[in-house]
Design a protein around this ligand. Structure first.
Ligand code: PLP
Length: 405
């Protein structure tokens, strides 16, 4: 392995706990990651040393809290290499970021009959907001099919492009299949037709470097809690010239320049999209999570997780009846699987009794399950703090459950 697991695991207090008297084997990292002590401490530090409402205050604490929030914005900007901090909008997470974009984009940039292209492997967070806007604004949704390996082909995206296409919105990495989509190619394709592209990076920014300027994506969204940061905060990145064209999403404090009952003018970016008191404790702790990731090194994280994925794939495939769902050559550290005719829920419940946390079900991707002709899967998703020994425990657990059936 590339990283010293023992040292790394010490950074995450939760990883040393037991469940049912057994050491916890936490393999549900695509749902949320555990938090390093520095992030937990940072939350505590904000509330115990600088807590005050931000932006509006002249007093010392308010200015310190404001600085902390705005520093976090610059940390996020640096992490994804955005051109300026104004392009970083803090939201509650990926879901809110996509809802914000769908509502403001469809309202201002689309006419009835205009089209948004999605893919079959989207998380519900990148489907339902567009369906809500279909009801309100009359946009239509086009859906890119999957190959049998669970991949999206750029030529299949091109097939769906028409003179009415206004946006292509797709996930960077599938939370079910693990497939890493060729987003660079799809962004170039979109731009050839003057179509902006939204990347759902909820499953990518924690695994490998994502550079929004190199990708040239127009919008990109992610959640802090999936990248070792706190829950309740996330990011919408947008190119400045595009964000400027969009109307505000929610109204309230912070997002205004001047208010009368007759007319209100709006604040500039990024504040136009951040109505109400922002989560400055969350943003500060997200900044800390990013510094933590950088201290380990994203390239080291990627290599460690690639090795875990290789090891787990081989080990799981040695189990009779094992079927891995999602067999792309370009995968992140997520393995969905089924074993014989055992229902994923039954297998998940029994694995839990051995202390093994995996996810079961449709993983908020029911249209993908329909396309695959299955109800659900088990899913093991790895972070760099997982070990080959934990993968052995998972495989032995599956073998024990298989024997029971
Ligand atoms: N998009 C993808 C690909 C995801 O995996 C998830 C969460 O699992 C989301 C969106 C939604 O993220 P959140 O619940 O943090 O808003």
């Amino acid at each position: 392995m590339y990283l010293n697991e023992e040292n790394i695991r010490k950074d995450f207090p939760l990883l040393s706990r037991e469940v049912y008297g057994k050491p916890l084997v936490y393999l549900d990292n695509a749902a949320t990651t555990q938090k390093p002590l520095c992030v937990i401490r940072k939350m505590e530090e904000v509330y115990s040393t600088i807590n005050a409402n931000i932006h509006r205050g002249v007093h010392y604490l308010s200015r310190q809290a404001t600085e902390s929030h705005e520093n976090a914005r610059r940390t996020v900007q640096r992490y994804i290499n955005a051109a300026s901090p104004e392009e970083i909008i803090f939201t509650r997470g990926t879901t809110e970021s996509i809802n914000l974009l769908a509502a403001t984009f469809c309202r201002s940039q689309c006419k009835p009959g205009d089209e948004i292209i999605l893919t079959t492997m989207e998380h519900h967070a990148n489907i339902i907001p567009w369906q809500i806007q279909r009801e309100i604004t009359g946009v239509e949704l086009k859906v890119v099919p999957l190959t049998k390996e669970g991949e999206i082909r750029t030529e299949d995206v091109e097939e769906l492009i028409s003179s009415r296409t206004r946006l292509i919105a797709l996930t960077h990495v599938s939370n079910v299949l693990g497939t890493i989509n060729p987003v660079d190619e799809i962004i170039r394709l979109g731009h050839n037709y003057n179509i902006p592209v939204l990347i759902d990076a909820a499953q990518s920014v924690q695994h490998f470097p994502v550079d929004v300027q190199a990708l040239d994506c127009d919008f990109l969204v992610f959640s802090s809690h999936k990248m070792y940061g706190p829950t309740g905060i996330g990011v919408l990145y947008g190119k400045k010239n595009l964000l400027e064209k969009l109307p505000p999403y929610q109204g309230g404090g912070e997002m205004i320049a001047h208010v009368t009952f007759e007319k209100t003018t709006f604040n500039e970016l990024p504040f136009k999209f951040e109505a109400g008191t922002p989560d400055y404790a969350g943003s500060t702790a997200l900044g800390e999570a990013i510094r933590y990731i950088e201290s380990i090194g994203l390239d080291n994280i990627r290599r460690q997780e690639e090795q875990l994925l290789r090891y787990a794939t081989e080990r799981l495939l040695s189990i009779p009846g094992m079927k891995i769902i999602g067999t792309s050559q370009h995968k992140s550290s997520v393995i969905s699987f089924l074993v014989g005719s055992i229902h994923p829920y039954d297998m998940g419940l029994l694995l839990d009794r051995f202390g093994i946390a995996v996810r079961t079900g449709h993983h908020c991707a029911q249209p993908l399950m329909n396309a695959l002709g299955i109800e659900g899967t088990l899913r093991a998703s790895f972070a760099f703090y997982n070990t080959e020994k934990e993968i052995d425990t998972l495989a032995e657990g599956i073998e024990r459950v298989t024997k029971m059936f």
